[in-house]
Design a protein around this ligand. Structure first.
Ligand SMILES: *Cc1c(COP(=O)(O)O)cnc(C)c1O
Length: 427
């Protein structure tokens, strides 16, 4: 049962009563024909927080006025800059502060984490992943298997979707771990599948994987900032994510990595750089690498200040809104879009994303039942009318209402625009 109503008035009343409504004003909403576009693409590139410009300007000013001295005397001394995002990032992923670090980009962090946690042996050479993984993940994993001298045809085990709409059941994951676990060095799965929007049960995957003797890592590109995470308690060995999707830190922004506390002081093999060296002795410039305990010990280089400043401004918004409040709005907002589509457009659209609220977050992946060409036509109609989603081959339109800046009225508006398209093609 829902209290949803298919009307603009109802949607506007929901927005007026939304305790998070003020956050929308903290973002630049792209215009379309003199009005705000209906932006449903936070799953791909989050909108720009208005605080970013001032955050960047402050660092530009310190660079102008202080130059090298800004490392120590800036308003936010650059020396410690990556630490300024640590607490808020830990909050967003449910980790202890020393378990997270902002560094590099997602693909780079995935490789660096595999250097440490994919340690194949002749008896246990394999990686278990999903067949529909994001291409970079597939490329990275396959290249790691080859790099260690193993054969991806045998040692990259891919889980094929067995559920409706290309989803992957927990039973299939359990079965694969039961069958292959003894040969698997690393299980690498996403928190949320990018094409279907399916949410995976991370705690369960970790417990099954560890019971079978495998290391477990997650790619949280679509999960971070989208649903509350509990990485410390779930206990994966590592996780990686980017920050330009739901985290709104800007194109190509600095990514994140999580290394579980149990590895914080362990002698884990890694690729080392001076910024990962013990902070207290880093500037003695000695020849022997002594890692800083925790995730910081995986840093290579001194941090890119201009790239971290937007992340810092963006995480501040998350800190003030709180993942719990964001998630409760997100569930209802996405449920509203789901309900509108099912009740108004059921004859033309299928929703691929699981209907179970525990198995989805913001994103709904939609297929036009008439096929790919009709799907492309709808996608272009949406673009022309200022509804910004994205297209994923072969036939999926992704729409992701995000709780920081999307409104119930956006969902209603998008559905009205889809209804106009249906009238135009059936007329
Ligand atoms: C967005 C995304 C990426 C992108 O990787 P970059 O290194 O940031 O270019 C990788 N993997 C997944 C699952 C993604 O969703």
């Amino acid at each position: 049962m829902t209290d949803f109503e298919c009307s603009h008035t109802w949607a506007e009343a929901q927005d007026a009563a939304d305790p998070l409504r003020a956050f929308r004003d903290e973002f630049h909403i792209p215009p379309h024909d003199g009005r705000d576009a209906l932006y449903f693409c936070g799953n791909s590139l989050g909108l720009q927080p208005k605080g970013v410009a001032a955050a960047l300007q402050a660092e530009l000013d310190d660079w102008s006025n202080l130059a090298v001295e800004a490392h120590f005397r800036g308003r936010s001394p650059w020396m410690h800059y990556h630490e300024y995002v640590r607490d808020t990032m830990a909050e967003v992923v449910g980790a202890m502060p020393h378990e997270v670090v902002a560094m590099n980009s997602l693909g780079v962090n995935l490789h660096l984490m595999m250097v440490s946690f994919y340690r194949p042996t002749a008896e246990r050479p394999a990686i278990l992943m999903e067949a529909g993984a994001f291409p970079t993940d597939r490329y990275a994993l396959e290249s790691q298997v080859r790099f260690h001298g193993f054969d991806p045809a045998r040692d990259l085990i891919e889980l094929h979707p067995d559920g409706p709409g290309g989803t992957l059941s927990m039973q299939a994951i359990e079965q694969a771990i039961a069958e292959h676990g003894h040969r698997v060095a690393l299980i690498l799965l996403p928190g949320i599948q990018y094409r279907t929007g399916q949410v995976f049960d991370l705690a369960r995957i970790v417990s099954l994987g560890h019971a079978a003797g495998c290391a477990v890592g997650f790619d949280l590109a679509h999960a971070v900032g989208n649903l509350p995470l509990t990485l410390h308690d779930d206990g994966p060995d590592f996780a990686v994510w980017c920050t330009y999707k739901y985290l709104n830190a800007g194109p190509g922004a600095v990514a994140g990595a999580f290394v579980h506390e149990r590895h914080a002081r362990a002698d884990v093999p890694r690729f080392a750089g001076w910024w990962g060296h013990d902070k207290t002795t880093r500037f003695q410039m000695g020849p022997t690498f002594v890692p800083t305990p925790g995730a910081d010990g995986w840093q290579l280089s001194n941090p890119p200040i201009m790239a971290l400043a937007p992340l810092r401004a963006s995480l501040d918004v998350f800190h003030r809104a709180g993942m719990t409040a964001l998630s409760s709005k997100s569930r209802r907002l996405t449920a509203y879009l789901d309900w509108l589509i099912r009740s108004r457009l059921d004859d033309v659209l299928d929703i691929v994303t699981p209907n179970d609220p525990a198995q989805r977050a913001a994103q709904l992946s939609i297929r036009v039942r008439a096929g790919r060409d009709a799907g492309r036509a709808l996608f272009e109609h949406l673009e022309r009318h200022g509804v910004i989603g994205d297209w994923r081959e072969p036939d999926v339109i992704r729409l992701s209402p995000t709780p920081l800046y999307n409104r119930y009225a956006d969902c209603f508006g998008a559905v009205e625009i889809i209804e106009a398209w249906r009238r135009s093609v059936t007329a």
